[in-house]
Design a protein around this ligand. Structure first.
Ligand code: DMJ
Length: 662
């Protein structure tokens, strides 16, 4: 049935139709209330529920928006603080060198290279001071040194092209940003590591270079001029014939000299050499190279230059040569062959034997271990560690002293019974200690072998000469002592001093002091003031005879570094100026008897004839790589110029970083 509604007007103000539009508050309130009353109970419940729900949502979202706002405010405060506290430092890169890749050989494992951790909180600098992003101080100091050189030697030049404090790298050809990374890790493992130049150094006053250091710079420049004019890009300068000799055909002198130029502050020379490395250094060559020599000179030189300059070009080249040398380890015993064809990827022993030299197979470890740390690829370290572990277990040693040869098939020592600290065994002892230091002093087998060997030296090889009672290291051949000492043995005082500095027996230092005196006498007792290659000591006083005797076949001098190297360590650790004075005498005698006026220095045939030392017409690459570098460092009073608590020198004087503790 249809329902009929009747509308009744009760008053004028309420009569919409009669009174027109009424929008008064009272009317609206009453109208709403009426509408509400007209709703069913269900409708009213739904509306009430919706209101309640919206109210709850409102309260909750208000609370969370407050939190977000608060944290936003805090973040921007943090950012401000960060900018104020470490200007110029990218906080995502604390640049802490990692734990050594292989911390403990005893465990036989290879601890992972952990990627660098994020700092927490972000603005806190972490790690020991020597392992952090490099502060501008070092750049400033290097620049100062460089400026000093220019001030003395050349008219003042403007600093054009030099980098400002904002970059990590100063002028040395390589520009890297504070957060520069090496390339991504190889397929094998982990993050690659940063160069050690990316580190902070304590804020210290720059140490100006002195007159003796300037003399070394002058000598270096003279040598370099000869190399540049007559042998550029070749292995060695022949300064008399104004030509060159080739050994591997890889610009050996240039590569060996790179980090010396960096340390001496020779900007232009470094940049020129860098260009050659970038454009002309090619390892894809059908050429046989000696594994040891190319490791210590080329791989070592490239790695240290990478660390000093931060320029990834050198790391790329180091990886290339490192990979090309790896076929040497493919032998039945895993004791590497002496020679590798770096173009063909084949390796072989010398033609006449399947033996390798003990010093050679045990003195490539610092370099390959560092290459693993930098690339994150453990294969390099694994190969060289295997050699050390194997040699550790071998019989045929005599109180820690090793024979000179080892067979690549059987893995056994050969030619037993001859023991020397000279040629073919020397750097075995040096690298025992240096690997132990490089790895953070944890690899106990290395230390054990080193300590035992030094006891072996004391027991079997030490003697005193007459008349001056010089302590020297002779040789032992099938039970017979020989009073013969190679100049090469003069690395030993420096190594002993380094060990003592790192906490080993104090009597190692005493022995080092005695031996460096002997090495100095090997120069001082000779007519030219330069040491021969080999000396024989007199054991009994004879009228008119000095301590040192020289055989005609041994009286050449190859511009070798070992004595100057040890003088450097001795001065660093004792501060005794006599070591600097001895080095200064030696430099002057090199200048007197081996300097070639048209550029370069030459090895000589006869150190006993000052009027005709018989120049040999060859400048060995280690004269620039080692001898002059150690001279420069010896004359320096700046212990931070290659700090020995941060760097370890390889046997070719290329400094590599000591790994940070875990
Ligand atoms: C260098 O190549 C190295 O120092 C090596 O360990 C021994 N021989 C020369 C320098 O004399």
């Amino acid at each position: 049935p249809r329902r009929v509604f009747i509308s009744i007007s009760l008053g004028p103000e309420e009569a919409v139709g009669a009174g027109g539009y009424n929008n008064s508050k009272a009317w609206r309130r009453r109208s709403c209330w009426r509408k509400w009353k007209q709703l069913s109970r269900l409708q009213r419940s739904v509306i009430l529920f919706l209101f309640a729900f919206l109210a709850v949502c409102g309260v909750v979202s208000y609370a969370s928006m407050g939190e977000a706002w608060k944290s936003l405010t805090n973040k921007s405060l943090d950012d401000q603080r960060t900018e104020q506290e470490i200007p110029g430092v990218k906080l995502a890169n604390p640049a802490v060198l990692p734990a050594p890749q292989k911390a403990d050989v005893n465990r036989g494992d290879y601890p992972e290279l952990s990627p660098q951790k994020q700092p927490n909180p972000p603005y806190v600098r972490r790690g020991p001071s020597n392992l952090q992003i490099k502060a501008p101080q070092r750049d400033t100091r290097l620049k100062t040194r460089h400026s000093t050189i220019r001030a003395v030697e050349e008219p003042v030049q403007t600093d054009k092209g030099e980098k400002t404090e904002k970059s990590i790298i100063s002028w040395r050809g390589a520009m890297i940003e504070p957060d520069q990374n090496t390339e991504p890790p190889s397929s094998k493992i982990k993050e690659p590591e940063k160069p050690s130049s990316v580190e902070a150094e304590d804020q210290k006053e720059p140490v100006p270079i002195n007159q003796r250091q300037l003399a070394v710079i002058e000598a270096f420049r003279h040598a370099w001029r000869g190399y540049k004019d007559f042998a550029w890009g070749h292995d060695e300068l022949k300064p008399l014939s104004k030509s060159y000799s080739e050994w591997f055909g890889l610009g050996l002198t240039l590569i060996d000299a790179l980090d010396t130029m960096w340390i001496l502050g020779l900007k232009e020379e470094f940049e020129e050499a860098r260009k050659w490395v970038a454009n002309d250094l090619v390892f894809d060559k059908n050429v046989d190279v000696n594994l040891f020599e190319s490791t210590i000179r080329i791989l070592g030189g490239l790695l240290s230059t990478y660390h000093l300059s931060g320029d990834s070009l050198f790391l790329e080249k180091a990886k290339d040569i490192g990979n090309r040398l790896m076929p040497a380890f493919k032998t039945p015993s895993k004791i590497p062959y002496s020679d590798v064809n770096i173009g063909r990827g084949t390796a072989h022993p010398p033609r006449w034997t399947s033996d390798s030299t003990v010093a050679e197979v045990t003195s490539i470890q610092l370099e390959f271990r560092e290459l693993s740390r930098l690339t994150g690829d453990e294969k390099f370290q694994k190969a060289v560690d295997e050699v050390m572990k194997h040699v550790h277990t071998l019989s045929g040693k005599n109180d820690g002293l090793v024979p000179m040869f080892i067979n690549t098939n059987s893995g056994q020592f050969t030619h037993l019974g001859v023991y020397t600290l000279g040629a073919r065994a020397d750097s075995y002892y040096e690298y025992l200690l240096k690997q132990w230091i490089q790895g953070g002093k944890k690899e106990n087998e290395l230390l054990e072998d080193y300590m035992r060997a030094i006891e072996g030296v004391k027991k079997h090889l030490l003697q005193r000469s007459a008349p001056k009672k010089l302590t020297f290291v002779g040789e032992l051949a099938h039970g017979h002592f020989s009073a013969k000492m190679d100049h090469l043995v003069c690395f030993l005082p420096g190594t002993l001093a380094l060990g003592a500095h790192n906490g080993l027996d104090a009597d190692h230092m005493k022995l080092a002091e005695a031996l460096i005196e002997t090495c100095y006498q090997m120069y001082a007792q000779v007519e030219t003031g330069l040491s021969p290659e080999i000396v024989h000591f007199n054991l009994h006083a004879q009228k008119g005879h000095k301590d040192v005797e020289i055989k005609p076949a041994d009286r050449h001098n190859l511009l070798r570094p070992e004595t100057v190297e040890s003088l450097f360590y001795m001065y660093r650790f004792t501060g005794d100026k006599k070591y600097q004075d001895w080095g200064w005498e030696i430099l002057q005698n090199f200048n007197k008897y081996t300097r070639v006026p048209t550029g370069g220095y030459t090895s000589i045939n006869n150190v006993q004839n000052p009027s005709n030392p018989e120049p040999r017409d060859k400048m060995e690459s280690f004269f620039l790589g080692e001898t002059l570098k150690y001279m420069f460092l010896l004359f320096s009073d700046d212990i931070d110029l290659i700090n020995l608590d941060k760097y370890i020198f390889n046997t070719e004087a290329h400094p590599l970083p000591i790994w940070a503790p875990a």
